[in-house]
Design a protein around this ligand. Structure first.
Ligand code: ATP
Length: 300
């Protein structure tokens, strides 16, 4: 019997999220810039006769938005990698990434499970093929494999790593209630029936990352879903204003929300902003980025 192995994958923030008009296949064309930040889910796998998936949550997460037994995205990873049949596995997910929060926690778990099961079952899937399988699983899964900072085109699944010469300090404020990504996109269609076919390009964010300057990045960041998330959840607008008033360079709704993130000038400034928000938002987290994509970790 081989020993359990653990793969870690990070949450993402969309530094830029340009959304075009809905396509005939139901997807929206995106021009997005992802950054992997230091909030992690761990996926541990070990050999077993049967297939099983269990989930353990960080104290600040609640399980209401978690999928039913058999419906975890990690179950889909198992089915995909075992196309030709094969053994079972005992999979344990330890979640710290907010669920249904716009930080792609499910995609992180999928990427981590791909790397872990590929190793457990000695599949030696080439990287290109892993990326292609990841895109089948979900738009954000290829980026979760890659990590760092990357541009995403298509529906976000066509990822290219970006030169990023900075390190950025973030405050992350998750919300108790998740927002459904499809519901946010449906609301986008309703609010913007005349959205342009082509998404707004990410150029200004690309330039800011290349220089590695937080101040420039703060000015350049843009999320087409922000207004939509605030329309569904007006309280997010107040939170954004509060964090900026407390000294953040810029607040932004993460992806489809409702998690709100604040870019700060330094780790010290992020600590001060987090401390100021904590009385009203007890679950306020610190993070930095960019960090690595799904990778094997030693667990003591
Ligand atoms: P994204 O930003 O990619 O749209 P998200 O962060 O808003 O995603 P997730 O946490 O990835 O949302 O979860 C979205 C939905 O996927 C949840 O409602 C949940 O039921 C389902 N899901 C399936 N597997 C998982 C998993 N391992 N972790 C979290 N959610 C999962």
């Amino acid at each position: 019997m081989s020993a359990p192995l653990t793969v870690r994958a990070a949450a993402k923030i969309n530094l830029h999220l340009g959304v075009g008009a809905v396509r005939d296949d139901g997807f929206h064309p995106l021009d997005t810039v992802y950054q992997a930040v230091s909030l992690y889910d761990d996926v541990q796998v070990e050999p077993a006769e049967e297939w099983s998936v269990s989930t353990e949550l960080a104290s600040y997460l609640d399980d209401t938005a978690l999928p039913a037994v058999g419906a975890n995205i990690v179950d889909a990873v198992g089915r995909l990698l075992r196309r030709s049949g094969g053994p079972g596995a005992k999979v344990q997910i330890s979640k710290a990434i907010p669920v249904a929060g716009g930080m792609a926690g499910g995609s992180a778990d999928a990427a981590a499970a791909m790397v872990a099961l590929d190793r457990l079952w000695d599949l030696e899937t080439p990287d290109e093929q892993l990326l292609a399988l990841a895109a089948e699983l979900g738009s954000d899964v290829p980026f979760a494999l890659l990590g760092g900072s990357a541009r995403g085109l298509g529906r976000g699944e066509l990822v290219t790593p970006l030169p990023d010469h900075g390190s950025y300090a973030w405050v992350v404020v998750p919300d108790e209630l998740g927002l459904s990504t499809p519901a946010v996109y449906r609301h986008y269609d309703k609010l913007f029936p005349d959205a342009p076919a082509e998404p707004r390009p990410a150029n200004r964010v690309l330039e800011a990352l290349f220089v590695g300057d937080s101040g420039r990045l703060a000015v350049a960041m843009h999320n087409d879903l922000e207004e939509v998330a605030i329309d569904l959840r007006p309280d997010l607008g107040g939170l954004l204003a509060r964090g900026e008033a407390e000294g953040a360079l810029r607040g932004l709704v993460s992806g489809s929300g409702p998690t709100v993130v604040f870019l700060c000038e330094s780790p010290e400034s992020a600590q001060a902003v987090a401390a100021a928000l904590q009385p009203q938002h007890p679950v306020t987290l610190l993070a930095h980025g960019p960090v690595a994509g799904a990778h094997l970790v030693e667990v003591m």
